[in-house]
Ligand binder design. Structure first.
Ligand code: GLN
Length: 523
């Protein structure tokens, strides 16, 4: 078998035994990226030299009999929202084109400490805002199951690269579904842990009260392996949880006898694709056959999930993205040709690439009256650096937070968020997990929803509740449509129920082979 066909657990074991070198493993994935990613566009950066050098170091340490980390030699792709000291971090935005962070995100540092090999940075919707990857400034990712379709988003590159065997494991981030939804549409396993389970330090912030990092892999067992290295408290993130990290991989085997799974009748209303509904029903039956019992539960406020999320997330984003002004961070509008600012009396240092325009001077991408040259520079830099969806969210969030509207929109959304959270707490009094679809439809065509932001937002109807409640969720394939597209199944669990979520998904994957199917890709 090719290394690219092995699971993360098998790869780590083969490298540890000496059946496979870390170098050969890394090169196998890099070669596959070189031959296939031209048509998928899952990667924004890959540093072959650095990855191979890192793998060689691991091989040398193994030969010398030195101790190796738990992920020794495992190639890992990382969403471009996580800072990497040795690769640019663009967050899918023109705003951060070429940005080279001065430090590694906590998750990246943990992966390196575990001796994983970071093979590249994955494409994503700009600033993680989107559900199709079409908001990337670097072109959309294509779904490996059908190159005319979207892989989902915002971690679309991470999901597509695992689906196409370009990486055994990828890291994503999930603010309203961005790990689970692309995993579902690409037929891979995606795990969004409890809020705070993994440190957000070095994750470019979108909506800080919702953002959570997690793994995407072929199986729940591979996700468990990676979780053991990246979960845990970090004093550098005040919202990271101090709870001990269980040995997830050791907790997968217990059978599901007696597990109570909740089913939400309201999930099956209009808008749910009948093939998706059938796939999900078959998964419920498989869980029942494995010893679980299914119970109807209600999440009465779930219908307000989308409006609540699409107020809270843009509000937080409008604040988080204020730092991209061309001075603190991000793209700075270039001076217009021919214009030279006159130094003022009393020396003031000029910005390096700066432009000090006169008020009223027309700007490249922003035409208007400016209070000062500095304001003009901010306006033009932001107008040029951000794409349309990010601008839409900043405007929505700024409006909802503004005096006079704050109580009607933001404060109200916070109150509804609490009701949504209480729905879950109440449901978890009678069931251990809640299950259902990940997305209302299978992967949609590229361009199908780009003209209708609301249609794109509705794709998140089953995923945003998890983030609003701060709990965990896992998605994995439970079948295919007649047209050959993966259907996703989602399990949601109470806070810190990671071991149960991983075990339930693993037990399902022990009895089914949907997660092992691979798209036919011409190399
Ligand atoms: N699709 C959702 C959005 O556009 C979720 C994004 C995410 O989880 N990062 O906001």
């Amino acid at each position: 078998m090719q290394p690219t066909e092995l699971s993360a657990i098998e790869l780590v074991a083969a490298i540890r035994r000496g059946d496979l070198t870390a170098r050969a493993c890394t090169e196998a994935f890099l070669d596959r990226i070189a031959s296939l990613d031209g048509s998928i566009n899952a990667f924004l950066a890959a540093d072959r030299g650095a990855a191979v050098a890192q793998a060689e170091k691991i091989d040398a340490r193994r030969s010398a009999g030195d101790p190796l980390g738990p992920l020794a030699g495992l190639p890992v792709a990382v969403k471009d929202a996580l800072c990497t000291v040795d690769m640019p971090t663009t967050c899918g935005s023109r705003m951060l084109a070429g940005y080279q962070p001065p430090y590694d995100a906590h998750t990246v540092a943990r992966l390196r400490a575990a001796d994983a090999v970071i093979i590249g940075k994955t494409n994503m919707d700009e600033f993680a805002m989107g559900g199709s990857n079409e908001n990337s400034a670097y072109g959309p990712v294509r779904n490996p199951w059908d190159l005319e379709r979207a892989p989902g988003g915002s971690s679309g590159g991470s999901a597509a690269c695992v689906a196409a065997d370009l990486a055994p494991v990828a890291i994503g981030s999930d603010t309203g579904g961005s790990i689970r939804q692309p995993a579902g549409l690409c037929g891979v396993t995606g795990f969004k842990p409890t809020y705070g389970r993994i440190s957000r330090r070095g994750l470019v912030a979108f909506a800080s009260s919702l953002d959570q990092i997690g793994p995407l892999a072929r199986s729940a067992a591979d996700c468990a392996l990676v979780m053991e290295s990246i979960a845990g408290h970090d004093p550098g993130d005040s919202t990271s949880l101090a709870a001990e990290v269980p040995a997830y991989t050791k907790l997968l085997d217990e059978p599901l006898t007696g597990l109570r799974i909740g089913r939400v009748a309201a999930h099956y209303g209009a808008g749910l694709d009948p093939e998706v509904a059938a796939g999900v029903e078959a998964a419920f039956a498989a869980f029942e056959a494995a010893g679980a019992t299914i119970h109807e539960v209600e999440l009465p406020h779930a219908e307000y999930g989308i409006p609540t999320y699409y107020l809270i997330a843009p509000c937080e984003a409008s604040s988080n993205l204020a730092r991209y002004d061309g001075v603190h961070y991000g793209h700075r509008a270039e001076p217009e040709r021919g214009h030279r600012a006159e130094p003022e009396r009393g020396h003031r240092a000029e910005p390096e690439r700066g432009h000090r325009a006169e008020p009223g001077e027309p700007a490249a991408a922003y035409v208007g009256e400016f209070d000062s040259p500095l304001v003009e520079m901010y306006c033009r830099s932001r107008a040029e650096g951000f794409g349309p969806e990010v601008k839409r969210r900043i405007m929505l969030g700024t409006y909802a937070l503004s005096a006079g509207y704050y109580d009607a929109f933001y404060a109200k959304a916070l109150r509804v968020r609490r009701l949504i959270q209480q729905d879950f707490l109440k449901a978890f009094e009678t069931v251990d997990l809640i299950a259902g679809p990940v997305s209302p439809t299978p992967a949609f065509k590229l361009g199908e929803k780009t003209g209708d932001p609301l249609a794109m937002y509705l794709v998140d109807m089953y995923t945003v509740g998890t983030n609003l409640a701060g709990i965990g969720g896992i998605s994995f394939p439970c079948g295919f449509t007649a047209g050959g597209l993966p259907i996703g199944f989602q399990l949601q669990g109470p806070a810190l129920a990671e071991p149960l979520l991983l075990r339930a998904a693993h037990q399902y994957q022990q009895q089914t082979d949907w997660h092992l199917r691979r798209p036919a890709l011409a190399t």
